[in-house]
Design a protein around this ligand. Structure first.
Ligand code: SF4
Length: 446
């Protein structure tokens, strides 16, 4: 890819002047606006919420001007983006965009648009939202840049392969796939050589698309940054082991976004350093996310993005705080395995071990460990219609947890971003039973 001088100038102008001006304008507009009344069930809000909003707004805002100035790639959440950072790719994460569309109540509209072009309602909502965006151009982010490259790994599911193939077909652009065999037995079975050879073989294609040379030193620096950010995120989550926990998992769902979509960048490391400082300050001062944390819960699966606020309120009103989740833990869990001294091999190992690429026994062991470490009193599992790999097996896991730890648990059926799969009555009655079981259960985990 050849940089276009005008595009580079425009991108730099927006980065250095446009984005700061936009934030200043937003700040001025918000002065004097009536703030939404804060629920009495929550403690003081996190200062980092404002920083997060700025970081993500800037990311999506600048993405509009990236095309022509930088190579642009669309990337799946489980792909080793560290390799792309070496070539200065501006990365966009359709899954993160799907979550944003869900949270902004645009998920169903975009899913429906994709279905109008023949895609099944059973396809993952993130994929339908992305395809719906392709057909309509609608997005709460203003505009997304058309990519020069698609970069995917099937370590989270096979859906991404067919979804990205469709995009590659529509736009006639290259797709690089890290084919990751599933770990049927143990995570250590991963064929590391096969995976690391694929990564090395991608280099000529990345050089061709980006017009930049591979720099091994820069690769090591990016990996070191990524590793440190994952470790900081892990330490942020660790602070939730204290009573009261300084944030809820609903906060963590939002603060997860930079580790997913801005991994390997300095800005992300700085962001998590400051978030950790704020968490530690709250722990030292005994500030909880809830005004009264009576019981502690664990969440399994991706968030119900279009209901996050209502869910947070529903549980907080009962003094129930989600203090851990398999989902938020995912990036903290494997980030420690990457090693700047063994870049290809360690990336291959880490990315082969993401939660959805392992068998159910592995997940059961992980959940049991989290329940013990975070002193959890009950488990809520979101059976997401969209995400089959995360949802299949949840009833077995529920039984396994119940047999081993004897804590109350519930499965609620909903979706990540398509509101048509959510029944208020059904979820309410499932949760009422859970609340009753939780109140009558007093046995602490040994
Ligand atoms: S099916 Fe699940 S893992 Fe795959 S893209 Fe959708 S939400 Fe992600």
């Amino acid at each position: 890819m050849q940089n276009k001088p005008m595009s580079v100038l425009r991108y730099r102008f927006m980065k250095d002047l446009g984005a700061p001006l936009l934030f200043d304008l937003q700040r001025r507009r918000s002065i004097g606006k009536r703030k939404r009344r804060r629920s009495p069930h929550f403690g003081p809000p996190l200062r980092s919420n404002t920083r997060l909003r700025k970081l993500l707004t800037r990311h999506y805002y600048l993405s509009r001007y990236a095309k022509g100035a930088l190579p642009v790639a669309w990337v799946t959440s489980g792909a080793p983006v560290e390799l792309l950072r070496v070539f200065d790719f501006y990365t966009v994460y359709p899954e993160n965009h799907g979550a944003l569309c869900g949270a902004k109540q645009m998920g169903t509209e975009l899913c429906t648009a994709a279905e109008g072009h023949g895609y099944s309602q059973d396809l993952c909502a993130y994929a339908r939202i992305d395809l719906g965006h392709h057909f309509t151009g609608s997005t709460p982010a203003g505009k997304l840049p058309r990519p020069d490259l698609l970069f995917a790994s099937n370590n989270i599911c096979q859906t991404v392969l067919y979804w990205y193939k469709a995009l590659a077909h529509y736009w006639r652009i290259p797709l690089l796939l890290l084919d990751t065999p599933f770990n049927f037995e143990s995570p250590s079975d991963a064929p590391i050589e096969y995976l690391s050879a694929q990564l090395e073989e991608m280099i000529p294609a990345l050089e061709r698309v980006s017009g930049r040379r591979f720099d091994p030193d820069r690769f090591m620096q990016v990996i070191a940054l990524s590793k440190e950010s994952c470790a900081l995120w892990g330490r942020v989550l660790d602070t939730m082991k204290t009573r009261p926990a300084p944030m809820t998992i609903f906060d963590a769902f939002a603060h997860l976004a930079p580790i997913v979509s801005l991994r390997g960048l300095e800005v992300t490391r700085v962001y998590y350093r400051a978030l950790l400082d704020e968490m530690q300050e709250r722990v030292d001062r005994g500030i909880g996310a809830l005004t009264k944390e009576r019981k502690r819960l664990m969440w399994d699966n991706i968030a119900i993005w279009f209901k996050v606020r209502q869910m947070a309120e529903l549980f907080a009103a009962r003094g129930l705080n989600f203090v851990t989740a398999t989902y938020t833990n995912a990036w903290a869990e494997t980030g420690g395995m990457i090693d700047p001294g063994r870049p290809f091999e360690s990336l291959a190992r880490a990315y082969s071990q993401v939660i959805l690429n392992n068998n159910l026994k592995h997940r059961l062991v992980l959940m049991e460990r989290l329940i013990r470490e975070y002193r959890v009193d009950g488990l809520v599992m979101h059976s997401a219609r969209s995400c089959k790999p995360y949802s299949i097996g949840q009833y077995d896991l529920k039984r396994g947890i119940s047999d081993r730890l004897r804590i109350p648990s519930a499965v609620i059926e909903a979706d990540i971003a398509d509101a048509r799969a959510f029944s208020e009555n059904q979820v309410t009655s499932q949760l009422e039973l859970f609340f009753e079981a939780l109140e009558s259960h007093s046995q602490p985990i040994s």
